[in-house]
Structures are given as C-alpha cells and as structure tokens.
Design a protein around this ligand. Structure first.
Ligand code: AKG
Length: 272
C-alpha cells in the first residue's frame, strides 16, 4: 500500500511542559484526551482482565457459525445470536470509562458488531475511513476490544496517525496513502486479549491479510456523544438531544442517492 515504514504502537511521551501544570487529578484525563485528539486513536493495554476476556472469547467461540455466509463486508459479524454477547461487552465499565475520557460523561451507542478474520475472511481490508458509512455527526469512535491475539500475521489492524484531522473526505472507498505527510505515519497495532483500541471514525485504517495463527476476533463498538440524534441507546449519563432518528426514518432517508443509482445501474448491467 505504498507504506515504507511500520511503527509499532507504544506509550507516547509528552513534553514535560504539556503536563507539569496539570493537577495530579486532572493529569490522566488531560493526557488521554490529548493523545486521542492528536493521533486519532488510543490503545489501552489489558483494560479487560484475563478471566473476563477469556469468558467472552469462549462465548464467542460457542456462538460462532463456521458455515456463515460472509456479507458485503466479510469481516463483519452482527447476527442476532451475537447481540447478547455484544451488549454485555458494550456496557463494560472499563470500556465506558475509557470512552468517557474522550467524549465526556454522556455517551450513546451507535453500532455494535464483531470484526473477524476467520476462515471466511482471510483477505486484507484496504485503507479507508468509516465516517462516510455513518449517519449523524462525525464525532464517533470505534472500540476494538481484542478477544484474541491480533497482529500482522493473523490480520491485525493498522492505522495512519492524525488522519482523522482531515475529517470526512466527500466519498467512500480505498484511500491513497501517497497523499499523506510524514506526521501521518503507519502504526501496526499489535493487540493481546483484553487490549482495547479506541479509534476516531475518520481515522484512516485497514488490516493485513490473515496468513497464519488463530482467528482474529475484535469487537467494533461505535460510541458517540449523547447529543447526536443518530445514537441508538444511552450507555452513560443522560441524553442531550430530544431528537432520535428511528430505524424506519434511517432506512427511508433518501428518495434517490449515489447508492441507489449504483444499484439501479448494476441491475441494468445484470439484465444485459
Ligand atoms: O476488521 C478489519 O480487519 C477491518 C474492519 C474495518 O475497518 C471496517 O469494517 O471498517
């Protein structure tokens, strides 16, 4: 993908002047918010204790369907039988605490699913951002909770630092890393069970092909501030909007769109 160097994730060290004036109690929030805002992501090592994550992984394995028919996005798994497990993970206090450090006390859920590299989805996922696929406001983040090892060999994620700053790019699809500057370096994220990666939805990211090792199992839980009408469920604090977009409204938002036009054109081609 035109990336010449790979930087592995690690703790960021802030210049002393940035934090020495912060009081002891505010230092942690201050640092974490800045790290997320500046980089577009934040990795929490071992946020979930090993007993809990082992239980989640065992539940996932018991529910996983080896004969699943991959959807348009082959890594995405969010069928009905996964929903109770996803809902359990989604409300874990340590994850909500981490999200609170970014978005503040009023947090809503936008979407929950697993993203998995299993026998049905071994391919790489190209460099993209998620914002064009969402409705509502762009201030959203994905919480990738590792239920398995996740590294380059088994299809791990990589991110391009500080790309979220460019916001929504006006179209959806494969992004060109050649346009990025030296501060937008590639970070291959090596995760262990219980690690949680928070990623701004506008951050450019992709994943490697699974070539060896265990199936890679991550959640992709999208949280957002509770003032966004596209939120599905309040997770913490109070709603800060009286307006809530209903599923039916969401499904019928467009009379005609780029997507509906593409479908029409495809149908015409299929008839020929
Ligand atoms: O799970 C992966 O490997 C990448 C998933 C992803 O980025 C997406 O579906 O938007």
């Amino acid at each position: 993908m035109g990336d010449s160097s790979v930087h592995y994730s690690g703790a960021l060290h802030w210049p002393h002047f940035l934090w020495k004036e912060a009081s002891a109690s505010s230092y942690r929030d201050y640092q974490m918010n800045n790290e997320f805002e500046q980089n577009g992501y934040l990795l929490h090592r071992r946020l979930i204790d090993s007993d809990t994550v082992s239980a989640w992984a065992a539940l996932y394995a018991s529910l996983a369907d080896p004969n699943r028919v991959p959807e348009f996005n082959p890594v995405a798994i969010n069928d009905d039988r996964m929903q109770p497990l996803l809902s359990l993970i989604t409300r874990h206090p340590a994850i909500l605490d981490a999200v609170e450090e970014v978005f503040g006390p009023n947090i809503a859920l936008y979407n929950q699913r697993f993203v998995v590299k299993d026998a049905k989805s071994r391919d790489a996922v190209f460099l993209h951002q998620d914002t064009p696929y969402h409705i509502g406001w762009p201030r959203k983040l994905s919480a990738f909770v590792a239920l398995s090892e996740s590294k380059m060999e088994n299809g791990g994620l990589y991110l391009r630092r500080a790309t979220h700053i460019w916001g929504y790019l006006g179209d959806a699809g494969e992004l060109n890393p050649e346009v990025l500057g030296p501060n937008q370096w590639l970070n291959a994220i090596d995760m262990h069970p219980g690690d949680v990666l928070l990623m701004h939805s506008a951050c450019w990211h992709g994943s490697y092909a699974h070539t060896e090792g265990p199936d890679r199992v991550l959640t992709d839980i999208i949280y957002q501030p509770a003032d966004d009408p596209s939120g599905k469920k309040l997770m913490r604090g109070t709603w800060k909007t009286n307006d809530h977009i209903q599923d039916e409204q969401r499904a019928n938002m467009f009379i005609r769109s780029r997507t509906s036009r593409l479908k029409e054109l495809q149908e015409q081609l299929d008839k020929q």
